[in-house]
Ligand binder design. Structure first.
Ligand code: HEM
Length: 337
């Protein structure tokens, strides 16, 4: 027969053994993101995936560095190396193909009543400076960003490792530093043109009638038509989106963890490629797509007949505001066109 003291010793011994067994569980089993192989709900595929985790203990102050590889990292890498390249390739090349086909079918939208020889100021010097500064930054940001996505499979085999390294390093500096004037430009565009870009009923009519670019109709429009308003909001929201997510990437782990850094990168890249496709459409209409459009941002003034055909309500407003004979004769240099 066991004495009371003996029974007590057995109970205490069992408790100590139980506590030691709990404390000696492997470290990975205590991490919420890893799989406990003893849990009944664990599936075989989960276990196989988890095998590829490389993580341990290290003395680095940044403990994130102790996880060298993990399943979520592999998902993100697949997005970056495969999915993003498909999305980017399809939207950018798709947009180019659509525009080429459209141009072959429609050709340039002409000033149907011909040039009047009189011009009207459309954008002042500050507006044009802001536009071109933002556009120049955008083009360099787009090329240097696309180098991160497509450079390794497309450019590296063409130019070789050393030139690719040198170019990528400069592209990366450009991408970081030009983000600041780009952000200022987007902000100025937002403030400068918001008044003319609030959607209204005239826009619905303009859209219903194909905007004058599809057929030969000239639906009424104020200073900015519905198509230009869409471009404005794409720039403001898309520009704001790439700026916020871009700065999250540029200043990593300030209030973000690995998962939110990955989300920021995915959002940045997807918004960027859609933004690039939209801007290709914008550049098309501003150059080969429509006669007389480029000079609005080039010299700042448009032909009166262009304004009458594409922005008749704006022309009426301007005439009422300034007196109808405020328009000027086309300077000799541009009249020769
Ligand atoms: C304020 C503006 C911006 C900031 C702060 C910014 C910042 C960044 C940063 C830090 C990266 C990651 C670079 C790396 O992995 O080393 C990146 C990648 C990228 N950016 Fe930007 N960016 C901005 C605007 C833009 C714009 C306007 C575009 C395109 C029109 C763009 C397109 C891209 C692309 C395509 C990538 C590569 C995505 C990938 O493959 O991972 N960015 N950006």
């Amino acid at each position: 027969m066991m004495t009371v003291a003996g029974k007590f010793r057995v109970i205490v011994g069992a408790l100590v053994f139980f506590v030691m067994a709990l404390a000696s569980q492997p470290a990975t089993a205590q991490q919420p993101t890893s799989v406990n192989p003893q849990a009944s709900a664990v599936t075989e595929s989960q276990l196989f995936q988890e095998q590829n985790r490389i993580s341990g203990r290290c003395s680095l102050p940044d403990q994130k560095a102790c996880t060298i590889e993990q399943p979520a990292g592999r998902d993100w890498r697949h997005f970056h190396e495969v999915t993003l390249r498909w999305i980017g390739g399809l939207v950018i090349i798709g947009m180019l193909v659509v525009l080429i086909v459209f141009y072959l079918w429609r050709g340039m939208v002409r000033i149907e009543s011909g040039r009047s020889g009189r011009i009207l100021v459309r954008f002042n010097g500050f507006e044009r400076f802001t536009h071109w500064m933002t556009a120049a930054c955008f083009i360099i940001l787009a090329l240097s960003g696309l180098n991160i996505t497509f450079g390794k499979p497309l450019l590296l085999p063409l130019i070789g490792p050393e030139p690719f390294t040198a170019w990528s390093q400069w592209a990366k500096y450009a991408h970081n530093y030009l983000s600041f004037p780009f952000t200022i430009g987007v902000f100025l565009i937002f403030i400068m043109w918001i008044a003319g870009n609030i959607p209204n009923r005239v826009d619905l009519e303009w859209l219903k009638r194909g905007g004058g670019i599809v057929g030969h109709d000239h639906p009424p429009a104020y200073r900015f038509n519905a198509g230009q308003k869409m471009i404005y909001w794409i720039v403001v929201l898309g520009g704001g989106g790439v700026a916020v997510t871009g700065y999250m990437l540029m200043f990593p782990f300030y209030g973000t963890d690995i998962a939110s850094m990955q989300a920021a990168q995915i959002a940045h890249a997807v918004v960027a490629v859609l933004f690039i496709a939209a801007m290709i459409g914008h550049i098309y209409i501003g150059t080969v797509g429509m006669e007389g459009a480029f000079e609005a941002m080039g010299s700042g003034a448009v032909d009166l007949n262009w304004a009458r055909e594409h922005h008749n309500l704006w022309l009426e407003e301007e005439s009422a505001r300034t007196g109808s004979n405020e328009t000027r004769r086309q300077p000799a240099a541009t009249a020769a066109e």
